[in-house]
Design a protein around this ligand. Structure first.
Ligand SMILES: Nc1ncnc2c1ncn2[C@@H]1O[C@H](COP(=O)(O)OP(=O)(O)OP(=O)(O)O)[C@@H](O)[C@H]1O
Ligand SMILES: [Mg+2]
Length: 259
């Protein structure tokens, strides 16, 4: 079976008028994500995580190398690759039900069946809030709605850019459980960007640690723990230490630079 996502020697250079030149955001990134896997991209701010995800989404084109999805070169966006941003992007003028319905429209799967949408609302624990507008929900509920809206389209690959970043740590941990459950139920391939070492360990089968200036893959770590995971276990703690060391945390604060 071909990889769900494959990056071959991917590099990205941005023109930067503010720096009077160009800036290498990514260099020589190689990555292969198998179908159904949960992989996290972990790294300090500015190391190119979002750029990498946007390349996979088809929102950016690589300057060098190749980005492939399901055996085909990535050319522009595709409903088979869903994207969830750090800040929820629900349509403010639509209810929760309306948001899910809108996402389903225009896809082959659109039947507009009330029962289908109800199923998603149920899964997100939002059945009672089907007719609420985003501003009437809590931050966690909005993020849950955004997650199921992306999942409702049944993407082959779900790209998550710090999907829980805006939430407090308790809501965040609860939603990590939701995300793990949704992943197990839907079997989508998940590629998640996060700053949070614990979040990466809790959810992923594999963690790609990135370094900056330019963004590269520093290390790939497997997480050989069964689900659900215990944040307080010795294995967890040991891996956390290993990752922090790999991220070289004492000296990995980078600045933009011009070439
Ligand atoms: N459209 C763009 N034009 C110019 N430079 C950009 C653009 N997008 C990103 N960059 C630069 O590329 C580098 C990587 O940015 P990116 O957003 O991918 O980092 P990140 O790892 O997602 O950071 P964070 O954790 O803060 O979200 C940064 O130095 C940023 O300034
Ligand atoms: Mg980012």
């Amino acid at each position: 079976m071909s990889a769900a996502v494959e990056l071959k020697n991917v590099g990205k250079i941005f023109a930067r008028a503010d720096l009077n030149g160009t800036m290498a955001a990514l260099e020589d990134v190689n990555l292969s994500v198998e179908p159904g896997a949960f992989v996290s991209l972990l790294g300090a701010s500015g190391c190119g995580k979002s750029t990498l995800l946007r390349i996979i989404a088809g929102l950016e084109t690589p300057t060098f190398g190749e980005a492939i999805c399901g055996g085909e070169p990535i050319r522009g966006t595709d409903p088979r690759r869903g994207l969830v941003f750090q800040e929820h992007t629900l349509f403010a003028w639509l209810t929760v039900r309306g948001n899910i319905k809108f996402a389903l429209k225009g896809t082959k799967k659109y039947k507009s069946e009330r029962s289908e949408i109800d199923g998603w609302l149920e899964l997100a624990g939002l059945a009672e809030f089907a007719d609420s507008y985003p501003h009437q929900l809590s931050g966690g509920m909005r993020q849950r709605a955004a997650l199921v809206r992306a999942l409702a389209v049944s993407p082959d690959v779900l790209l998550l850019d710090e999907p829980l970043g805006a939430l407090d740590s308790f809501t965040r941990m609860t939603l990590q459980d939701e995300l793990a459950r949704l992943w197990r139920e839907r079997h989508s391939t998940m590629i998640m960007v996060t700053h949070d070492v614990d979040e990466a360990i809790y959810l992923s089968q594999r963690i790609i640690v990135m370094s900056a200036r330019p963004g590269r893959v520093r290390e790939i770590l497997n997480v050989p723990m069964s689900y659900p995971r215990n944040r307080a276990s010795d294995d967890f703690t040991e891996l956390r230490g290993k990752i922090l060391k790999s991220m070289d945390f004492a000296g990995d604060i980078q600045q933009d630079y011009a070439i």
